[in-house]
Design a protein around this ligand. Structure first.
Ligand SMILES: Cc1ncc(COP(=O)(O)O)c(C=O)c1O
Length: 418
């Protein structure tokens, strides 16, 4: 590209800027049509009979700290985890993860008397790019974060194994094993097996397996398959099984903020956790659990519901990926992988350009998640990664925002080459 091409890009950019758009690609949340899919759920619990759980317990009252048996069964069928290993809780899995870490800091984990908070240093491995709120939990608690690169198959397991087996201060790792936030990568069978086989230097090491996008596939005929980590760990014995803390929720199945979250863990882990939870709450919102049970009826009910979400989400992700391909494909200025599910597209631009693209977009009226947000401490060492969240805007706005984003990538890349 020569000087006049750069001038042409700048002219196009100034022209767009003068239109004062207000577009937003930051929000990883369902659009209104997706939320409307679940409205029927608000009508399925109408009278006292609807509140009667299968063991006779009245959902409207206190009781059942670990959730309704029928809710456990629903998630057990959906996620292929034995119901006895599941605790059905409140509206947020992030809340469960936070509490898990706070409990470990204060009381230690099952099998270890020593609270993490008494250690001189506590470290977590953070596959990058990753979910900013995982990193925010660590940052807020003074847990040192160590970035581990993601590969096309999941975290770089040579690095994970080396750090976990050699450093007893490494107490945990964040994982989003299916349709990872933001890369969309699903961990390969080998990666899952290597996680189950970890031999940590710390006896109280835990894997935070955040399966937030377990059933969030776009293509019914082309779903990513995630190996069940619990089955793999069980083959290796209780030490392996006890490493795994599993989380999921219906935030992006029904209503974010008003869904149902679950935690799954070994029997020993759950017993220790429930003993401590006793002081925290008498129980979670069982009426909402009952709404979910009655509305879906079965795990297949949830799977059918997710096909309706997919019909709304496919065109959005196709707008993103087709626009990237059309505008940037083959130009050597950006890399991305079209995801098969989840909520995000991860865009890598030329090193040193992500912040500039973010600023150009911002000034042209397109809000992007801040450059660096997908890395611990907001520090992307190569200043390359941007997270695109296409679910919330309508398709016309999304198309416009993507056109502008691509122009900004071209402009930033060209500026960097000058
Ligand atoms: C990977 C991941 N985990 C957890 C959450 C939040 O889940 P919840 O609403 O259940 O707290 C999100 C939301 O974007 C997410 O992307």
């Amino acid at each position: 590209m020569n000087e006049s091409d750069l001038s042409a890009l700048r002219r196009r950019y100034e022209d767009i800027k003068s239109k004062h758009y207000a577009l937003d690609l930051t929000r990883g949340k369902p659009g209104k049509p997706q939320l409307d899919l679940s409205m029927g759920m608000l009508d399925v619990v109408k009278n006292s009979a609807d509140c009667s759980a299968e063991d006779g317990l009245d959902c409207r009252n206190y009781g059942l700290l670990d959730g309704l048996p029928e809710a456990k069964r629903l998630f057990s069928d959906l996620l292929s985890i034995p119901a006895e290993n599941i605790l059905v809780a409140g509206n947020s899995s992030l809340n469960l993860m936070y509490d898990c870490i706070i409990r470990a800091m204060q009381f230690g984990v099952y099998g270890s008397e020593r609270p993490w908070g008494k250690e001189k240093s506590v470290k977590f491995l953070c596959p990058v790019p990753g979910y900013d709120r995982h990193f925010a939990i660590c940052e807020s608690l003074g847990i040192e974060m160590i970035s581990v690169p993601m590969t096309a198959e999941g975290p770089d397991m040579d690095t994970v194994e080396r750090l976990v087996s050699s450093d007893p201060a490494v107490k945990g790792i964040w994982c989003v094993p299916k349709y990872s936030n933001p890369s969309g990568i699903t961990y390969s069978d080998e990666v899952v097996r290597r996680f189950a086989s970890l031999r940590p230097a710390a006896p109280d090491f835990r894997i935070f397996w955040d399966n937030a996008y377990a059933v969030h596939d776009f293509y019914p005929e082309n779903k990513a398959q995630l190996l069940d980590i619990f089955s793999e760990a069980k083959k290796l014995g209780p030490k392996s099984e006890n490493m795994i803390m599993y989380f999921a929720s219906t935030s992006k199945i029904t209503f974010p903020g008003s869904g149902v979250a679950i935690m799954a863990a070994s029997r020993d882990n759950l017993e220790q956790i429930k003993k401590l939870m006793f002081y925290q709450t008498i129980g979670y919102d069982k009426i909402n659990q009952m709404r979910h049970v009655k509305y879906f009826g079965s795990a297949d009910g949830i799977r059918r519901h997710m096909e309706e979400h997919a019909k709304l989400l496919r065109p959005k992700f196709e707008i993103v990926c087709e626009t990237l391909e059309r505008e940037l494909g083959g130009k050597g200025v950006a890399e991305w992988t079209p995801p098969l599910g989840g909520y995000f597209v991860s865009l890598n631009v030329l090193p040193g350009c992500a912040r500039r693209v973010y600023e150009l977009c911002r000034d042209a009226g397109v809000k992007l998640t801040e450059a660096g947000a997908t890395y611990p401490y907001h520090r992307d060492p190569d200043d390359r990664n941007l997270r695109i969240a296409p679910t919330f805007p309508n398709n016309d706005d999304l198309q416009l925002a993507m056109d502008i984003l691509c122009l900004c990538v071209l402009l930033a890349s060209e500026e960097a080459k000058q």
